[in-house]
Design a protein around this ligand. Sequence first.
Ligand code: SAH
Ligand code: SF4
Length: 364
Amino acid sequence: MNLYDLAPAQLEQVLGEIVSPPFRVKQIEEWMHVRGAASFEAMTNLPRDVRAALAERFTISFPEVLTRTEPAQDGSQKYLFRLHDGQRIESVYMPMGERTSVCLSSQAGCAVGCTFCVTGFFGPGRNIAPSEMLGQFFTIRSEKQIPADHMNVVFMGMGEPLLNFENLVTTLDVLYRSMSPRRVTVSTSGIIPGIDDLARLERRPNLAVSINAPDRKRREEIMPITAKYPLDELMASLRRFPLEKGRDLTIEYVLLAGYNDAPRDAVALAKLIRGTHAKVNAIPFNPDPNLPEWMKRPGDAAIDRFVDTLVQNGVRVTVRRSKGREIAAACGQLRGKEIAKSRATAGRPLRTASGPASEADSRR
Ligand code: SAH
Ligand code: SF4
């Protein structure tokens, strides 16, 4: 058993059966959940025989780092991890002055199938265990020597966190040992039952929701999950989501040139989110060879027009503009390159779908 798959209370219970006195149990829990120890050996204030007894019965292990990209201009770096069964997941390190954000994956693929997303393009992958989510976090935190009180965590990497709910909650419980829930954000494509489950948690992370289109029709085109969880019901679930004082929802909106980036789309978006206490995070589309050709990143002028229109309509908005932020918005692309390479050598065609280019044109 990998002890990093257990929440703090479960861990203490399991350890309590073989370790005494109780303060030793506390010490081990702290070594792991607060300090992120990657081996029993590292727990230097434990007697040798206790460390040996632990190592005999349990493991504590994290996924292995396969590659790190060169730092982008703003210092951001992508990490590719290999899981024990050979699956690959990505994380992103994003230094931002005083604070550092780490973007984590929650699944080794994604079944939601958004058409603008590389992770969606490659299809479903298994749920990842708490140890695999925490491994991304602790590995990057220790490699970059980030003080715990400078960390932000966002679940915006590969996968849909609310479709891996139980493991997500275990992971959150561990993260909260070294950081406040205010510093953690979970991003969802709009899984309504998951949002309601999140609402019932005593300690809630921040909630970000990928809306990406100003109306049901277009949202269904690029996010087929809309057929299952309709946009109006999704908006209703956001209106009832309990927010502590000083907290906001985040609405993510991927900007696709000529498709959803016109000023009238901004007006429609402002109307859609009225009453949700949300700020908008506009994310210029990040192109990739595996994605439909008609999908393009808008030019800077179009992005500015969109953002200005939102502001004029009373919406608070941030744009993810720098290179590093943009690579972060496109998790799955590094793994995608690898899969593409291996498929190319196997002689299988890569592209399976091309988009409604003429339809997109007609919207302008
Ligand atoms: N499954 C969750 C979290 C992972 S996706 C969700 O969908 O919210 C994280 C963010 O990346 C989402 O807002 C998604 O819309 C955005 N994204 C995905 N592919 C992108 C691309 N090619 N360019 C820009 N943003 C993208
Ligand atoms: Fe899955 Fe999010 Fe990508 Fe959609 S955008 S396919 S929900 S990871």
